[in-house]
Write a protein that binds this ligand. Structure first.
Ligand SMILES: [Zn+2]
Ligand SMILES: [Zn+2]
Length: 779
């Protein structure tokens, strides 16, 4: 800039001093850095992990306004826009006297305004000032443009232009226009597209891709001709460019993984670029597999599904499907099924097993009673409605047995387990342990797919809590390590879950499931309202939920058959390479102990056969096998003896496996032979010393008329007894048939047919109470 002439000619107001003063002020004004030109908000760009655009949000003033994503503007666009708007841009100082002269001459000749003569820099100033086009404003824009050029490089000015140029409607800047009209980022343009983007801002409200399309094409082709004439490209390129049709009116803006981007936006501070953890390829696989699966569910009357795919090592969310169709009003598609809290079905069982492994005395092989069980009026049932007597803990998970799971929870304590769930990060558990009761383990509590998948991630992290991560470049927050259960327990449970049967055809043909090992668990909520499947291996942790958002149950809904197949397909499709090293037993976290072969508990003094079993290193409670007992019997006789009755008799010791009466009863029902436990010698004085207990209800000879509830349904009869010893077990028989065993709370609620009956209750010592009663039904 040469300021000398400007100072020398400034004497119109008379005084030389005035001129010098004005000159200095002007000089200072030119030298001061300008304030920020544009005070506007930008659209937030939500990107996948590699920067691919998932979603463009409106700016605060409801524009789609974006700076170009690439550092360098495409060459073809630069050529087109400079040939169209400002040929001498690279050499002029902000104003172009030649252009002004040319424009004035053209306007005088035409008798109206046909050309402006503004430089790109002046347009950048005008777009910021938004003042009417008058000669005074033009003068101010010219001065400011010169000043702007002093402080900005040519590249910066071009970038300002490309960022703020109006492109029709609420589209601002070439990047936003590229997404709107071409459906892709502003790179790799054709000459025709470059020319279109140069002419589009000329009068965007009148001539755009919606109206005045033919005029727009004429303008584009005219610019192409100018560039051809100026030898920007050859004749063949020119001919091809002119043949290229205009793009369609407008495309929908990117809106991939809508529920996920909403979640990220709701949890992030406002910023221009949100680089999320989502992987567009994984997302495409997820959507591609979910669609046909959703259609087959729909034929069964199940209208929705949700799924989440997580990188096991980092906890980064790579795929996220909140519903089958975000835009479906009928199926409530805007509900995010990943975040919705639903009944957990059996999905909490593996966590309970992990906790009881840590506490002991349970091992993988420990037998848990799978027998008719009552806790007051609560009588859990297996899905099969049958009992198997004893069930190994591994079977409790693999067959998803309810009765032994409830018994385990009763042993572990509802309050303890609820506290663990809170620690794990389940936020929807707002009721008290008393309110949940033992149904907590059968789906009595609600959790989201997000929370459950996050919880399962801890099995891959040595039992430590691991958060799900949504943003790729997030400040490394110091996560406070929370050890939910031991690394040893995590490994043992994982080994059990790897043996959970695959659904349908995959069970018999393991090669179809990729022969790839992964651990998984399914769940079906009460009333068949929710079907769950969550699986994990060293690479992926995947959760799937199926059901109806309005909570309608469906007889065809089950975790194995509704959610399982999609989970398997996802593992098959997403998994790369071999998985042979997974899972690895954690160093020093397990120790081998000797266990009774028959009961699975640590070997007791009388267990005949033993087997080594791994337990967590720090397993706390040790209790030996309670079922192998050494007793004294009369030699050659049928009776058991005790110190009160053995005098004068030949006796010997024998070892017997004595299962609880309830298990023996189930075995007898199934025709499985049970060791006969010898009866005590009749007439032994200790027999009458059986501890005191009382049958509270019914008293012998009672006539019972069960009341009806509000729905007119006859209520069950509740029988109860009281034992002086707190740890006593009582065995209940109705008309000679074993019903159940009770501990702690000796009450059972059962349905009884009309007529005469006999209730018998026995304690472990053989003490017996009998109450005949009559049941009357009044209609
Ligand atoms: Zn034993
Ligand atoms: Zn005796």
């Amino acid at each position: 800039m040469k300021l000398g002439p400007l100072l020398a000619t400034g004497r119109s107001c008379g005084g030389r001093q005035v001129a010098i003063g004005l000159g200095i002020i002007t000089l200072v004004w030119f030298m001061l850095p300008p304030g920020s030109l544009y005070d506007c908000s930008f659209s937030t760009v939500v990107q996948d992990r590699t920067g691919r655009v998932l979603r463009l949000c409106l700016s605060k003033d409801t524009q789609v306004r974006l700076p170009p994503l690439q550092e360098v503007l495409p060459e073809k666009y630069l050529a087109a826009v400079l040939h169209y708007e400002d040929r001498r841009f690279q050499v002029h100082p902000g104003v172009d006297p030649l252009a002004i002269l040319g424009a004035t001459w053209a306007n005088v000749r035409a008798g109206r305004r046909v050309r402006g003569g503004s430089t790109l820099t002046m347009q950048v100033i005008r777009m910021a000032r938004r003042k009417p086009r008058t000669y005074l404003n033009k003068l101010i824009e010219g001065l400011q443009a010169v000043r702007f050029e002093l402080h900005h490089s040519k590249e910066e000015i071009l970038r300002h232009y490309a960022t703020h140029v109006p492109m029709g409607g609420n589209i601002v800047g070439v990047e936003a226009a590229s997404w709107r009209y071409l459906g892709r980022p502003f790179v790799d343009l054709s000459w025709a597209e470059a020319a279109l983007f140069a002419v589009l801002p000329n009068n965007p409200s009148l001539i755009n891709l919606r109206q005045g399309r033919s005029l727009l094409r004429v303008k584009r082709d005219k610019l192409l001709k100018v560039m051809f004439d100026r030898k920007v490209f050859d004749a063949a390129t020119y001919a091809l460019a002119c043949l290229e049709p205009l793009p369609p009116q407008a495309r929908p803006l990117p809106f991939t993984a809508p529920h996920f981007t909403e979640l990220v936006l709701s949890r992030s501070s406002p910023q221009q670029y949100l680089t999320t953890t989502l992987d567009l390829e994984v997302q495409m696989v997820l959507e591609h597999l979910a669609r046909p699966h959703g259609e087959s569910l729909r034929r069964q009357g199940i209208t929705n599904l949700a799924a989440i795919v997580v990188d096991s090592a980092s906890g980064k969310v790579r795929g996220y499907l909140g519903s089958l169709d975000y835009f479906s009003h009928q199926d409530q598609g805007q509900v995010d099924g990943v975040l919705a809290r639903r009944s957990t079905g059996s999905l909490l069982k593996p966590f309970l097993v992990a906790k009881v492994f840590d506490r002991g005395p349970f091992t993988v092989n420990s037998r848990i009673q799978d027998v008719p069980t009552f806790y007051g009026t609560f009588a859990p049932q297996n899905a099969s409605k049958t009992y198997q007597g004893f069930a190994r803990i591994s079977e409790v998970l693999q067959k998803s047995l309810n009765v032994p799971a409830v018994r385990l929870l009763h042993t572990y304590g509802v309050e303890n387990f609820l506290e663990f769930l809170h620690q794990t990060g389940f936020r929807g558990l707002f009721r008290s342990a008393e309110q949940y009761g033992l149904t907590l383990i059968l789906g009595g509590a609600e959790a989201s797919l997000f929370e459950l998948t996050r919880a399962y991630l801890s099995f891959n992290h040595g039992g430590r809590r691991k958060d799900l991560v949504l943003l790729e470049r997030v400040e490394q927050q110091q996560e406070v390590p929370v050890q939910l259960f031991s690394a040893g327990s995590a490994h043992l449970v994982t080994e059990i879950l790897m043996e959970v049967p695959r659904p349908g055809i995959y069970q018999d043909q393991p090669h179809l499931s990729g022969a790839r090992s992964f651990a998984w668990k399914t769940g079906t909520s009460y009333g068949q309202k929710d079907a769950w499947a969550i699986g994990y291996d060293g690479q992926w942790t995947i959760g799937v939920w199926c059901g109806n958002f309005d909570g309608t149950g469906n007889a065809d809904l089950s975790g194995v058959t509704s959610a399982g197949p999609l989970l398997l397909h996802l593992f098959q499709t997403l998994s790369k390479g071999e998985n042979r090293t997974w899972p690895q037993a954690p160093d020093g976290e397990l120790r081998s102990i000797s266990c009774c072969m028959r009961s699975g508990y640590p070997t007791g003094p009388h267990c005949p056969e033993t087997v080594p079993v791994f337990v967590p290193r720090e397993q706390q409670v040790l209790r030996n096998c309670p079922y192998h007992q050494r007793i004294q019997v009369e030699t050659g006789g049928r009776y058991r003896l005790c110190s009160k009755c053995w005098e004068g008799r030949m006796r010997e010791y024998v070892t017997r496996f004595v299962p609880p009466a309830s298990v023996a009863a189930v075995y007898r029902d199934h025709g499985i032979p049970v060791d006969e436990f010898p009866a005590h010698l009749p007439g032994c004085p200790s027999d009458s010393a059986s501890e005191l207990f009382e049958l509270v209800y019914p008293v012998p000879g009672l006539t019972i008329s069960p009341p009806r509830n509000f729905d007119g349904v006859r209520e069950k009869v509740v029988f109860s007894a009281h034992h002086q010893r707190k740890t006593a077990s009582l065995f209940w028989f109705l008309d000679g048939h074993f019903i159940t065993e009770t501990q702690d709370d000796h009450a059972i609620a059962i349905e009884v047919s009309a007529g005469k009956h006999s209730l018998t209750v026995q304690d472990e010592q053989g003490g017996t109470r009998i109450a005949p009663f009559n049941l009357q039904i009044d209609d």
